[in-house]
Design a protein. Structure first.
Length: 321
């Protein structure tokens, strides 16, 4: 089963231009349409033997043009149809229009030629308001079929479709578009975006590696701190085990100093005279006399021993006699 569907996409600028020419000239007008045609085939596979094939033919961004024959010959590949503007008439093709359409198909060798009929009418008697109806036709085996028309508006387009749709002007196509049909600036932006993505990924990898190195260093530092703390604790434990009975204050030394230096005047209170001199005590006199008396020397002791020895010997002799 094959299902063929045609759709024509017009730019809003085209209808505005045609309507403006109608308001300015107010005459019947004919012209060629330049644009692009695209075939989309969609195959639906089912369990049955018969497959459903949907073929969609789209005429996108059609632009009207009125130019010389030489210019038309240069743009023959871009001609996809023609249009006619009739005032105050119905949306039906005349016999003349059908003949012109068939002749254009054979002359341009384009079996998919389209015909757009524009019928402007006045809605008010003064002519201040006009209404323009439009319809598109395509011939299949000399039978003209009405084709649905879609008017593209920039405010109604999605972002992705706006990127994919080409510009309406074909005269300056080579200046703004590449061979692939995309804008040159878009390709430059895509290249810049790719390079930025590569640099960003590289920077992210570098940051990740640096963070891992920092984590490793932090773990090493924490391990060294724990080892140092354990070593300090072990050294302090050894010192405490080596000197377990040592008090914080050496009380024995304090008691010995007090016992030896208890009589020192520095450790006692003193009475002072009016002139600020200390009052002498008897103990001080005794201590001073004791200090002034020289201690017995070793020579005096030897003399006394010598003097005493002969007396003892005399006594022994007398006792013997």
């Amino acid at each position: 089963k094959n299902a063929v569907a045609e759709m024509i996409i017009f730019s809003k600028q085209m209808l505005i231009d045609v309507g403006f020419l109608y308001l300015v000239l107010f005459i019947h007008q004919e012209g060629l349409i330049l644009g692009e045609s695209r075939f989309d085939e969609q195959v639906t596979i089912s369990d049955s033997q018969a497959d459903h094939i949907h073929i969609e033919e789209t005429y996108s961004k059609c632009i009207s043009i009125n130019c010389t024959v030489t210019r038309v010959l240069q743009l023959l590949e871009s001609v996809i149809g023609w249009y006619r503007q009739r005032r105050n008439s119905e949306q039906q093709m005349t016999f003349r229009e059908k003949l012109v359409h068939e002749n254009l198909k054979s002359a341009l060798s384009n079996p998919h030629m389209i015909f757009v009929l524009l019928t402007p009418t006045k809605t008010t008697p003064p002519g201040s308001t006009h209404r323009m109806e439009y319809s598109a036709f395509i011939s299949r085996s000399r039978h003209f079929m009405n084709v649905p028309v879609l008017i593209t508006n920039l405010g109604l387009l999605e972002q992705l479709s706006y990127w994919k749709v080409s510009a309406p002007s074909l005269c300056f196509r080579s200046k703004f578009f590449c061979s692939s049909g995309l804008l040159k600036e878009v390709n430059e932006v895509n290249k810049m975006n790719d390079s930025l993505q590569v640099e960003l990924q590289k920077t992210c990898r570098d940051v990740e590696e640096s963070e891992r190195l920092v984590e490793m260093l932090q773990t090493e530092v924490s391990a060294l701190r724990t080892k140092l703390r354990e070593r300090q604790q072990s050294e302090s434990g050894k010192e405490s085990a080596a000197d377990p009975g040592e008090p914080r204050k050496n009380r024995l030394l304090q008691e010995a100093v007090r016992a030896l230096l208890a009589s020192s005047p520095l450790f006692h209170t003193q009475t002072l005279t009016l002139q600020g001199l200390p009052v002498p005590d008897h103990t001080d006199d005794i201590s001073t006399t004791a200090r002034e008396a020289p201690p017995p020397s070793a020579t005096n002791c030897r003399k006394r021993l010598r003097e005493m020895l002969p007396e003892k010997e005399r006594k022994r002799r007398r006792s013997k006699s």
